[in-house]
Design a protein around this ligand. Structure first.
Ligand SMILES: C[S@@+](CC[C@H](N)C(=O)[O-])C[C@H]1O[C@@H](n2cnc3c(N)ncnc32)[C@H](O)[C@@H]1O
Length: 249
């Protein structure tokens, strides 16, 4: 818990400057998978600064964002002026809601932070989702198996996290007792490594330089898998994301 609080305290202020999390193309791809009609009660897990919440509130009846970090939530609350949005502090592994409460549950880029208790989180999601409701989960994934070690090594320098491939996310949906509805990949084109490193908390200069040079020195095949372009003093890659959805019977 100490690691978590300190980690997000450092990341909260710069989080909204991260390009990947604001880019409309990925947000729209995720929102489309949620199949909203304007009538739904939605729960956004690991809401952070509320990016998903503010993007879907006009498509839903009511949206609640929960997060474990008070610092991330503070940024979300500051931006909120809408009556159908609320935020509260909660752990995805212990949700303070009654059974069958929500038509949709969303979780974008949260599950890789669950170093323990993914089954427990899925139990809670299944419990608070209404029958017929949909859970929409999205995570960044390595673009190719040949990049698995590189991807793990890069992220290990930055944070403690899990690495998923699309099939791992499908398994999470199914072993969580939901029916897998959809599994789709999305490539967010031309993402700046410098923007990512400069807005991911107070990473030490040496760590940023190390991660940056790991990208520059990646094998030819690895660069191709990332569709990498080195331009000026930056390096750009296509980031791959998977979106899986599962419904409750
Ligand atoms: C990478 S951010 C994603 C924020 C947002 N979903 C988005 O797409 O921009 C991950 C968020 O998950 C939150 N988080 C991590 N573990 C959590 C847990 N066990 N329960 C609730 N939130 C958690 C973090 O505090 C952080 O705000």
């Amino acid at each position: 818990m100490i690691f978590h609080d300190d980690f997000w305290q450092k990341r909260a202020k710069a989080y909204d400057k991260l390009h990947w999390q604001n880019r409309q193309e990925y947000l729209q791809f995720f929102i489309d998978a949620c199949q909203l009609s304007g009538k739904e009660k939605v729960l956004d897990l690991g809401t952070g600064t509320g990016t998903v919440v503010f993007a879907i509130d006009s498509l839903a009846k009511q949206v609640t964002g929960v997060d474990l970090s008070p610092d991330m939530l503070r940024q979300a609350v500051k931006k909120n002026s809408r009556k159908n949005i609320s935020f509260m502090r909660a752990d995805v592994r212990n949700l303070p809601f009654a059974d069958d409460s929500f038509d949709r549950i969303t979780a974008r880029m949260v599950f890789h932070h669950l170093l323990w208790g993914i089954n427990r989180a899925m139990g809670e999601i299944r419990r608070v989702l209404k029958p017929g409701g949909l859970f929409c989960l999205s995570e960044g994934v390595p673009p190719d198996r040949i990049l698995e070690t590189f991807y793990r090594d890069v992220f290990a320098l930055k944070e403690k996290r899990k690495t998923f491939f699309p099939e791992d996310l499908e398994k999470i949906i199914k072993s969580g007792g939901l029916i897998l509805k959809e599994s789709r990949n999305f490539y967010l084109k031309r993402c700046s490594i410098k923007n990512w490193l400069n807005n991911s908390g107070n990473l030490k200069k040496e760590i940023k330089e190390k991660i940056f040079s790991m990208h520059l020195n990646l094998s030819k095949e690895g660069k191709k898998a990332y569709n990498m372009e080195i331009k000026g003093n930056d390096c750009f890659i296509d980031m791959k994301f998977t979106v899986v959805t599962g419904s409750k019977i």
